[in-house]
Structure formats: C-alpha cells, structure tokens
Write a protein that binds this ligand. Sequence first.
Ligand code: DHE
Length: 513
Amino acid sequence: MIRHIVSFSLLLAAPLMAQADPATDYADHCASCHGEDRLGGTGPALIPETLGRVPGIEQVIAEGRVSTQMEGFAAELTTESIAALKDYITSPLDHLPDWTADEIAASREMNTDYQPAEKPVFAADPMNITLVVETGDHHVSVLDGDTFEVLDRFATPFAVHGGPKFSPDGRFVFVMSRDGWVQKYDIWSLQEVGRIRAALNSRNIAMSHDGKWLAVANYLPTSLTILSTEDLAPVRLVNVVSRDGTPSRVSAVYQAPQRKSFVLALKDAAEIWEIATDPDAGPFHEGLVHSYEKGMEEAVGAEQGLFARRRIPINEPLDDFFFSPDYREVIGANRDGNKGVVVNLDVGRAIAELPLPGMPHLGSGITWEREGHRVMATPHLGEGVISVIDMEDWSLVKQIKTDGPGFFLRGHATSPYVWADVFFGPNKGKMYVIDKETLEIVKTLEPFPGLTFAHTEFTRDGSHVLASLWEDDGAVVVYDAKTLEEVKRLPMRKPSGKYNVWNKITFEDGTSH
Ligand code: DHE
C-alpha cells in the first residue's frame, strides 16, 4: 500500500515539476526589486527593451550578479522554471505603460552629501579627463588623460547607453541608462549631484547649445523629456505623436548647436522634429521661415518660443542621424538599412539619397578634410565595409572592405589616421588604422584574437588612443597615436565607450556627437 502511495505521488509530482509558472515565480522572487509591473524598482526594469542586449540572463537568474543585490535562485527554481522566467521577462509588456510628469518629478533624488568644489579636487588637466563607461559592473571610471590614472570610479544606473553629455564648460557630465535614469556628476568635485528617471525606457540624451537643458529621447512612453541641467528638474514632457495621430518612439535626440535646437529622429513616423532651445532663435526665426518653400509654413505650424516644435515631413521614417558640421543637413538611414537620405533642415525636405546597403551606422560617422573636400565615413552594422562619402556632392568616394561589420569610428584633427573596429563575427578582435588621405588600411591591431576589441577615443592633444577590450575581465589599452605601439593597459570591467571632455565639448571632427 505504501509503495502504491509513493508511486502515485511521484506520478503527480513529475508533471507538476515540469509545469513552470513564470508569472508566479516572478511575483515571488523578482517583483520586490524589479517592480510588480516589471518596470524597475531598486533593480532594473525586466523588459525586452532593457534586456535585449544583456547576455546570459538565465545564468544571472540562477547565480545572481556579483557585487550587486541580485541573488541567485538556482536553489529555489528548476532549470525549466528559470528558462520560462527568462522568456517571461524578455517578452513585450501587454500594455504601453505611462510615466507621468508627476512620476518623473517624484523620482528625482539629489545627493544630499554633494559639496560643489570651487576648483578641481585633482591636479590633472580638467579638460583632458576621459570617462570610461564600464558596462560589466555599471560604473564609470574618471581617467586623467595625461597619466591615465583613475581619479574616481562611480556607480551608474544599470545599462548605460549612448554617449554621456558634458556641460559646455566641461565641468558636469550627464549619463543615461536604458531604464531612463539620468545621472548628473560633477567632475571637479568627483561626486554625483543627483539622478532622475526621465522615462521607463530611453535611447539617448542631448545637451542644448547653452547647456541649460537636457533632452531625453524615449521609447517608453513615446515622449521626449526635457530636464533643467541645473537641478535635473523636469521642465517639459513632450508627447510624441505624428501628424496622423500615431504615437512614435523617439529613436534619438541630437544637439544642433548652430541651429539652437534639438533634432529628433522618430522611429514610427515619417517626420523629423526640431525643437527650439532658445526663445528667440529657434527653428522659426525669420531667416529660416523665409527659406521655406511655399506651403511649408502650414506643415511648420505656428509654434514660437522656447521648446517650439517644427515638424519636417519626409517620405519614410529615418533613424540614426549624422549632421554636416554646420548642422544644415542631416543624413538618416531608412528602416530597411539600404540607403541614406540627406535632408536639408533649412528648407525642410530631402535633397539627396545615398546608396548605403548593409545598415550604415551613421551615428558613429566622423568627418575630415581630404584633398580639399570634406568627407564623412560611416561603418555598416550589416556588412564588413566602411563607406567614405564626399559631403559636397554626396557621392560615394570609396567603400573600404573590412573583415566584419564594425560599430565605431574615431579620428582627431592632429592624426593622419581613422580608427575603426570590427564588432561582429569571428574577427571582432581586429582594429583597423586607416590613412585619411589614401583611405587604405595601414595597420591591423589584434592584441586579443577572438575577443571584442572596440571603440576608440583620442586624448585631448591627439597623442594617444584608448581602445576597449570589451570583456568582463577587460581593459582599456592605450596606444601612442603616432607609432601605433601599445603604451599602457588599464584593467576595467567590460569597458564600452570612452569620452574625452575636450574632444566632446569642442565638437572635435573625429568624434561622433
Ligand atoms: Fe548604441 C551610441 C543606437 C546598440 C553602445 N547608439 C548610440 C547612439 C544611438 C545608438 C542613437 C547615439 C547616442 C548618443 O551618443 O547620443 N545602439 C543604438 C541602436 O539602435 C542599437 C543598434 C540597438 C539598440 O539596442 O539600441 C544600439 N549600442 C548598441 C549596443 O549593442 C552597444 C554596442 C552596447 C550597449 O551598451 O548597448 C552600443 N551606442 C553604444 C555606445 C555609444 C552608442 C558605446 C556611444 C558611442 C560614442 O562614441 O559616442
């Protein structure tokens, strides 16, 4: 009889153990830190928009994350339950969540220990500071650009993405995470000033020409949040809806300093938006209105003053912008990733198309002078090629073949070379040094074959180049920009982007903006 009961209970237990219930597991084990709605709490949001780029999710659920409050659940959850939980948290939400102006304002946390220093608390050149984003454990290292000493290492919100943005004087930096958190850090004082959650899922940030406003481009909700850079207070929440009433995600927002505006790439609408960052000299000042073709005034609307918005209708949604140095023209990539469209922002319409198959990554584009012409170069995310384009007539000068698709490019006015990585595929350890005149690869560096070696940044004077060994036990490798020899290796936790204060605030040609 006893034997009978045991085998009966085993029969019952087998299907029960196989039956994973991720919603209950989520509520029991995850909700207290990550929010009942998966939109984040003390832990990051667990939604595909945030997790899409995070490798090894099942391992993190099972084993936790070192140096964080994320514990492992291998003892409580079966392998099947962990797999089901991973599917659950990487599935899209069944509704579009809101994040109201009040919720944004309530999320603001200012650092009460913050003491603004009167001058930098270090002897290093404050204009030659380079920040290294370490995605391995969500920190930023503050490097002295001359000695490469780490002056500070501060914790950031989870999953920082895009370039941090500096105040025009180079003193403050603003860092954004995919969860919509924006953090303000004082480089002189080496202290965090505060942070605010501008949205639930964001793309990037842009600083206004005068340093007063910071715009945050958002996917969730479909909005642009404008913050005061002074105290991070939200000053405007722009609901992004196309002319036909369709809400649109904002792919990215860009600073257009000469135009005194922000320019927005919209993911779901055939429009480019421009938002004035100056009450008197926005996109609608007299000179520009005169240059509109007949009929364009209607499309422009009558908005005036600070944050006035202008819509520029285009034929199809464009993403991933690159601007001419005078910010009159923007090149965007179409959704199919097979062409670049040049839009003149003054006249408000497309003026040229470029054959750029293989998903050009225009946001990483850089420019330089070559044989009396200004050229721009862009890597392609879908093809092992770098396209070089003449910016006067928008013709294709050359396609430089590489051993795999790359992500980032960097140059410097003082350097005869452009540095280009391979980011995808078996050759992701390769870094090319390309001659700006001949457009030939002059050297291929591969110090860690098979490991990702990507993204470069020059020091202020262009004498050194920093490259990332993009691995958990990674490093920033410093090269002499002339001899192309390695001079130093700094251990870092999965370093991604690096940003030199001077190169960024002076809009150095060789850096993407
Ligand atoms: Fe980025 C910049 C969009 C995936 C690391 N990335 C940018 C910018 C945009 C963008 C619009 C410019 C913002 C700025 O600096 O103001 N990135 C996208 C995508 O659409 C894409 C392809 C898919 C996505 O999931 O968003 C994408 N990006 C990635 C990654 O997978 C990378 C390699 C790792 C990560 O951290 O997510 C990555 N993106 C970066 C970095 C920059 C960046 C390091 C800043 C480069 C710079 O030098 O300025």
